[in-house]
Design a protein around this ligand. Structure first.
Ligand SMILES: NC(=O)c1ccc[n+]([C@@H]2O[C@H](COP(=O)([O-])OP(=O)(O)OC[C@H]3O[C@@H](n4cnc5c(N)ncnc54)[C@H](OP(=O)(O)O)[C@@H]3O)[C@@H](O)[C@H]2O)c1
Length: 331
């Protein structure tokens, strides 16, 4: 019988996680049955598993996990055959629909992306939602007309999951990458990934002192939000853009219209969860093409089993995880 991590919630709202058998008749509705190989542990999964954030919007007991990669075991639709390797991130996986922390899961075909041939299942989950979001951010900057060589592109929260992949992708594509980080221990790691220069995150964390400051950035990928994003907006060069992906440092944004109306700055929103499927496919293929095996080796991924998720979820909430965590659901 396949195993899965189930979350139960008691009357006080406390979450309890436990690995147990899942019958395929219990699985949610969908037209593709996936034999899951790997999932991953993201900050959002940490919030869900510990109950510290209201991520799960389905009935309990619930199987979390916002990412999965696996092989099609049965399919009711053309386009997905038995044995095909597929990825799902987002579309409510692990939030409204049972997720990737299960050896077997049933999902909807329109949510799935074929695993690019050059990407191993484990590397796909080393990337997971974090790598996919970084790719969407880079594509957003490209679509907005930012070519390599246009000037410095800053990545905030650079040592985190999204930040690391943004540094690696931009570096591999030939951009002049500046990594903004609060972690001195990550300097060598970020240089090896592709950062040409590093700044301390405190340079941006105070927010802008004036509506427009000296123009420093041709573009930016921001995972921090709050005052950091406001500072980046005030420091964008003419017609520069920032792809806003996260709120690791705050969700409020205090800015003025001046960078937008006097410098033509653009604020690009990135939502990986509901990204349309054709763009999703392009992003995964792009990611597989751009990143080398060596880059995946550098972005350390700790591999854990279903039984270690609860403990690691606490650790990710305490900021004690470096790099990415891949879940081998069959371990
Ligand atoms: N838009 C989307 O679809 C999407 C998808 C995935 C994630 N996200 C969001 O993106 C953000 C990053 O996700 P992640 O998975 O990369 O998280 P993560 O691995 O925890 O990385 C976040 C990084 O932000 C920096 N940071 C943490 N706390 C900070 C603070 N108080 N002030 C300034 N910087 C701080 C740290 O980097 P340094 O030590 O290098 O400074 C940290 O490593 C999160 O807010 C997440 O919710 C959004």
């Amino acid at each position: 019988m396949p195993q899965a991590l189930f979350l139960d919630q008691n009357d006080d709202g406390d979450m309890h996680a436990d690995v147990r058998a899942v019958d395929r008749d219990q699985l949610p509705e969908g037209d593709v049955l996936v034999r899951v190989l790997y999932s991953s542990l993201n900050y959002k999964d940490g919030l869900a598993v510990t109950g510290k954030g209201k991520i799960i919007r389905g009935a309990f007991p619930f199987i979390p996990g916002i990412d999965l990669v696996g092989e099609v075991e049965a399919s009711e639709v053309a386009g997905f055959e038995v044995g095909d390797r597929v990825i799902q991130t987002g579309w409510g996986l692990g939030e409204t629909h049972w997720g990737g922390y299960s050896q077997l899961q049933r999902v909807r075909a329109e949510w799935l992306v074929p695993l690019p041939v050059s990407l191993t299942p484990q590397n796909a989950m080393t990337a997971g939602t974090a790598g996919f979001t970084a790719m969407l951010a880079v594509m957003g900057l490209e679509d907005h007309g930012l070519p390599p060589g246009a000037g410095e592109v800053v990545v905030t929260g650079a040592s985190g999951g999204v930040g690391s992949f943004a540094v690696a992708l931009l570096g591999a594509l030939g951009y002049d990458v500046v990594a903004s980080t609060g972690s001195e221990a990550a300097h060598t790691y970020l240089r090896d990934l592709g950062a040409a220069r590093l700044i301390h995150r405190d340079e941006l964390a105070q927010g802008p002192q004036r509506p427009m400051e000296s123009a420093r950035w041709a573009g930016a990928v921001d995972t921090v939000g709050g005052a950091t994003l406001a500072a980046v907006i005030a420091q964008l060069e003419r017609h520069g853009s920032v792809a806003a992906c996260g709120n690791a440092g705050g969700f409020q944004l205090h800015t003025t219209v001046f960078p937008f109306i006097l410098r033509g700055a653009s604020l690009l929103g990135i939502d990986s969860n509901t990204c349309p499927n054709d763009r999703r496919r392009r992003a995964w293929h792009r990611l597989a093409d751009v990143l080398s095996e060596e880059t995946f080796d550098r972005i350390r991924a700790e591999v854990i089993g279903l039984g270690q998720i609860a403990e690691k979820a606490e650790a990710i909430m305490q900021g004690q995880i470096q790099g990415r965590v891949v879940v081998d659901v069959n371990q």
